[in-house]
Design a protein around this ligand. Structure first.
Ligand code: BEZ
Length: 234
């Protein structure tokens, strides 16, 4: 049978709207999460090991994402009773690494109909026709999709990287800068390439010691960790 074609949302698109039942009640997306960042992420299946390790990690880090004004929302093609039973098992029975008694309090969407998973291109038939891949959508407070990351079924996500992406997006927006490879708060940031040679020349000749140009098209400036942290969550 031919796979049905579902268009996939892309960076810069408005996040597709939907209504769904979740472990925390019904939601209207994204309108219930106005003025917040959202990480909407899919997992292949409840009661599977990689997904369990991921949910425990997100559950453990939940306060860190709350502090960044970010709502976590999970989704899989399982029903509500499966979700509830799985999350209860995680809390009551699973001890993994330094994590135990982990309570997941962010919503987990019941998507047995695959409506939301298809809307977001989370089912990628050459990987699996029956489950969602590990997709992660970063949606900003204006409802715009800012980053999408996909992982395959067999590889658990890197949660430090997911947090770094969120902090990076908030830093880009608040300071009008770009961020170099492997950037972390406190590292130098990139001054977006100027439209005129005059500006580039000024930057090349900056005497303040704040700006460093490697060439006319590649200038960085200092941005302290404290300054970045003062704007996080905005
Ligand atoms: C897991 O979460 O362990 C998993 C789920 C689907 C396929 C492979 C692994």
């Amino acid at each position: 049978m031919e796979n049905q074609f579902y268009p996939m949302p892309r960076l810069g698109d408005t996040a597709p709207t939907f209504e769904a039942s979740t472990t925390q009640g019904k939601i209207k997306f994204p309108e219930d999460f106005k003025d917040k960042w959202v990480i909407l992420f899919s997992h292949p299946s409840d009661f599977t090991p990689v997904c369990t390790s991921e949910f425990m990690t997100f559950g453990k880090m939940q306060k860190e994402f709350d502090d960044l004004n970010c709502q976590l929302i999970g989704i899989s093609i399982d029903g509500l009773y499966s979700h509830i039973a799985w999350l209860r098992t995680i809390k009551e029975k699973i001890e993994y690494k330094d994590m135990k008694n982990i309570e997941v309090t962010f919503p987990l969407i019941d998507d047995v109909s695959m409506k939301v998973a298809n809307l977001y291109g989370m089912v990628q038939p050459n990987e699996s026709t029956t489950t969602a891949v590990r997709a992660v959508f970063f949606i900003d407070p204006k409802g715009i999709i800012r980053t999408i990351v996909y992982y395959p079924l067999a590889l658990g996500r890197n949660f430090d990287e997911l947090k770094r992406i969120l902090i990076g997006l908030q830093t880009v927006d608040n300071f009008n800068v770009a961020l170099p490879a492997d950037w972390r708060p406190g590292d130098d940031v990139i001054i977006p390439t100027a439209g005129s040679c005059g500006v580039a020349k000024d930057r090349m000749e900056d005497k303040s010691g704040n700006i460093h140009c490697y060439d006319w098209f590649f200038c960085t400036k200092k941005l302290s960790k404290e300054e970045v942290e003062s704007k996080l969550g905005k």
